[in-house]
Design a protein around this ligand. Structure first.
Ligand code: PXG
Length: 462
């Protein structure tokens, strides 16, 4: 059967509306309009059920790093499924793909990061991290060292634990979050919160929020600090260069474990293999997912520094924690193939040396658009701040997110997928994007910005 042989768009939308509950969606609003049905994809291009093509500047959900349509990954999954579709890694067993992948992850991650605890997603991996760091200290006679410090507007997942780590107010407002002993400090968001302070000073100030929290709570009560090297879902918030070195210093000084959530930043997104390299972070734990398999199959994990993992092994006894799909054989085989492609085609080096500098130049020009307060880019993830007043970096008087949604609607007709984080437009295209495709992307974004600008003028939105 050809995969193109599907029911009509309307039929699929009706069935979807009747039976499918979507994540992060207002069900009635979605169903009134009908979901967009994506049927196939190749490289950076998506096709919907009506044959429209979109340049996917979000790489799915920040994950399809090598791009769509790589048969090698499909074949790796099929081979593994025929050989051994499933076996667990509990109770003293392992299997070839997970053995090979663990060694490969140790090879590509920064020096000293050597052991992997697998999960099915980034959320699960961050839940593992909560239990891991608390048990790490408890098993060394410090059970009261259990608070985890995170940031407001961070995103670490949607499970009870990981959403508690995250700093999204809308998420905390539903379902009784956060869980106990998670503390949130201010984020290093210079554009939105820096006022007249220069970025460098602001970065130091925001890092020192961690020091203040430690003084208040007590280092003897704090297990870990967690942060995304660049906040993704929060709006591609690139911290000033002063921020991470200071966070690192404070964590070291107070014997607090540092968790770098690399779920978006990992596997080339920032122009190095990991965001920790871009920002010179030496984490104790790295959360990975998304680009680990380029999204072809689900998989996540916690990569743990050798010394931390060994201390845990020496003191912790049995870790009473695990998921049925830890190190799933098919996901592991796909991940290995994904990493082989990233390495052999030097995709990360190509981003660093060719496409990231190219898009950075084009992006700086977007910063001159009258609707744009700032256009920032780190490797292959970027943001455009929409504003009615460039000089003041002012928000719109209209309800937050109104103009972002308008802009996203224009994206749809221009054939480009960008995500709106309130009035901040973000991109994270597949890392295989060519310089020609970047030019096409930027041309479409200019058109979208012009249309949005014209619409807000016509409708008197300020
Ligand atoms: N950490 C980070 C930094 C993430 O960005 C997760 C953890 C959770 O991973 P899983 O695999 O459990 O989803 C994420 C996920 C968005 C969006 O709209 C972002 C994510 C997920 C869904 C939507 O920007 N990031």
């Amino acid at each position: 059967m050809s995969l193109d042989n599907h029911p009509s768009t309307q039929e699929m939308q009706a069935t979807d509306a009747a039976h499918h509950l979507h994540p992060f969606s207002d069900t009635n609003a979605l169903n009134a309009r009908g979901a967009r049905v994506i049927t196939k994809a190749k490289g950076v291009w998506l096709t919907d059920s009506d044959g429209n093509e979109f340049l996917d500047a979000m790489a799915g959900l920040w994950c399809v790093n090598i791009g769509y349509g790589r048969d090698e990954l499909a074949e790796a999954a099929a081979r593994q499924m025929k050989q051994l579709p499933y076996y667990n890694t509990f109770f003293m067993t392992t299997h070839p793909p997970v053995v090979a992948l663990s060694a490969k992850i140790a090879e590509v991650t920064p020096e000293g990061m050597s052991r992997v605890f697998y999960a099915g997603s980034g959320s699960e991996a961050n839940d593992t991290n909560i239990r891991f760091v608390r048990h790490y200290w408890a098993s060394q006679g410090k059970p009261e060292k259990r608070v985890i410090i995170s940031r407001k507007n961070a995103y670490h997942g949607s499970s009870m634990g990981s959403a508690s780590l995250g700093g999204m107010q809308a998420m905390h407002a539903q379902g009784g979050l956060p869980i106990a002993d998670i503390h949130h400090i201010d984020q290093p968001y210079w554009y939105g919160e820096g006022g007249d302070t220069d970025p460098e000073t602001f970065g130091l100030e925001r890092a020192r929020c961690l020091e203040r929290a430690i003084e208040e709570i007590g280092a003897d009560k704090i297990a870990a600090f967690i942060g995304e090297p660049v906040q993704g879902a929060g709006g591609v918030i690139i911290p000033p260069p002063s921020y991470w070195p200071e966070i690192q210093r404070i964590c070291r000084e107070h014997d607090i474990l540092l968790i770098a959530d690399e779920v978006i930043c990992g596997f080339g997104r920032t122009g190095n293999w990991f965001g920790s390299e871009t920002f010179d972070i030496k984490p104790d734990i790295m959360t990975i997912a998304k680009g680990l398999t380029s999204g072809y199959l689900p998989m996540g994990g916690s990569v743990i520094r050798e010394s931390v993992a060994q201390t845990f092994a020496d003191h912790g006894g049995e870790f009473s924690h695990g998921y049925t799909y830890n190190g799933h054989p098919a996901s592991a085989a796909v991940s290995l193939e994904n990493i082989r492609i990233l390495q052999e085609e030097d995709i990360v080096g190509h981003v660093r040396d060719v496409t990231a500098p190219h898009i950075a130049k084009k992006w700086a020009e977007i910063g001159d658009h009258p609707l744009v307060g700032e256009a920032r880019m780190c490797g292959m993830m970027g943001a455009i701040e929409l504003t009615p007043d460039k000089a003041a970096r002012a928000p719109f008087k209209a309800e937050r997110g109104t103009v972002g949604v308008m802009c996203r609607e224009h994206c749809q007709s221009a054939g480009v997928v960008m995500r709106a984080v309130y009035d901040t437009m973000v991109i994270s295209p597949p890392l295989c994007i060519t310089t020609g495709e970047i030019d096409e992307l930027v041309a479409r974004i200019w058109k979208v910005l012009d249309q949005t600008h014209a619409q807000i003028k016509a409708e008197g939105v300020s």
